[in-house]
Design a protein around this ligand. Sequence first.
Ligand code: ATP
Ligand code: MG
Length: 588
Amino acid sequence: MTTDSVSPVTTNFLRNIIEADLSAQRFAGKLWAGQPGPASVQAAGSPDPAKIRTRFPPEPNGYLHIGHAKSICLNFGLARDYGGVCHLRFDDTNPEKEEQEYVDGIIDAVKWLGFNWQSNGSEHLFFASDYFGVMYDCALALIQAGHAYVDEQSPEQMRTMRGTLTEAGQNSPWRERPASDSTRLLNEMREGKHADGSMALRAKIDMASPNINLRDPVLYRIRHATHHRTGNQWCVYPMYAFAHPIEDALEGITHSICTLEFEDQRPFYDWTLNRLNELGKLAAPLPHQYEFARLNMSYIVTSKRKLLQLVKEGHVTGWDDPRMPTIVGLRRRGYTPEALRLFCERTGVSKNNARIDYSLLDQALREVQDPVAPRCVAILDPLKLVITNFPAGQVEPCQAPRNPHDPEVGQRQFGFTRELWIEQEDFAEVPPPKYFRLFPGNSVRLKYGYVVTCTGFTKDSSGKVTEVHAEYHPDTKSGTAGSNAVKVKGTVTWISAAQAIPAEIRLYDRLFSEPFPDAGDNDFLACLNPNSAQSVKAWLEPGTVATAGVVSQFERLGYFAVDSVDSTLERPVFNRVTTLKDTWAAGV
Ligand code: ATP
Ligand code: MG
């Protein structure tokens, strides 16, 4: 597990609960057989070496997004901090939407975020589908004990009989059938003798409960569908609400953390665990469910359905489009695992649904990268500057810190030559007020180079400035005794035209132009930002680091990362992760 936590841990209600549980020794005597299993298996185990067990339980039906990153950081982070273990569990009980491609993507994303599921010498990577046999056995036990029955009503009839928030439901005519009938029918369902939707196994709880989730919820349904791991072995599948508590208990989970929508499901979660514990199927201590507010962020959507729609309809180039809030998208854009972890930690854990501003993510990236990012100069909108008193063919070596916060990493080297590239915006034919950069007669420092004085410029027939001319002052080289001899108010970045490396730079903006693209009845596609991606041909300083996963700071411009998909050695492509927050300060 990751140890390089980037910020001091702040406490939250989940940490308080865990600390109270540990000091009350709530898990004393808990056994662990070294693998998930029912009470009979765990009884033969040893005292659990993990102080707590949490899990991250994604359904492999899509790519993970930044909301999942929050859940990953929370679950793996709590386990790390309290001497526990976090399981990665694929909640693959729904045969229809799940695919191996997503399983692989999820494994990759969790690892990339800096977490793993090895502990005490073993792997804790599990698939809920491996528990289908135990779940089925639990269902039979509930029938035997009078806690479940097979209902032959149609799904529509069940819905009508369920009642409403203000009206009690009505008992199914099949509710009191003998357990032996239900057992026979469940076995027939499993053998494939009945059609999808013709019957279902239901819990027998209370059709008048004020909590609709307790009105005899469905436990098992018939689905003649091929599952990505179990193939055609099963044609009955457990419902999520029944499967989830069993999965948690089989894995000895102590703290089952989920998002607030599941609060109303907690009574059924506990009902399932308590009945199956009484029947000797699930070992105590039983898991507890805790809910926290999901991460909601401005300027993005996180619904898997909407993300899929963006991909399918071609509004983005794929799941890993650098504008997507998916982990693969954020990664390709250049957000680092450290920045995501800091962001997740900073945004806290609470019971209140709040929107987090997207800028917090950029702020986290800047904070994490500023101390380590290699610096370089890039010119995105180039204009030629000719130093008329500097001989053609001559190269004056110059240097600059690789990272001004870390002298240990040394200096980068590049040459000063007669022809340079500067930014268009660093020259004005007629300077606006308070303009301290190049204009005829003005002097500026070429950062890490010399002080130059602008002597003129040339234009093409359309009136566009094609070249700026200047003379350099030979005694003013940065880092030499005379560097302060000529006082200037402005500093300009530059790259030797002879040494500059051509590159494509992709400048990204928010994918949506509204802060809450899918709030209320909003059509999120209607507020797609038409200018969210822009590509420019630019010049880079020689020696610019073009290594995947390294985020550089392009001076004055922001943080940039090489595009892992399109970049080549001959033709580097960089994505702008985010701009620099601080306005660029003039300096030598
Ligand atoms: P769906 O269930 O609609 O497919 P989901 O986003 O809930 O989508 P899961 O694969 O079930 O996807 O999620 C895995 C885990 O991630 C769950 O425990 C869920 O609570 C958590 N999670 C999902 N979205 C967020 C979010 N925005 N903030 C925090 N946790 C989240
Ligand atoms: Mg879910």
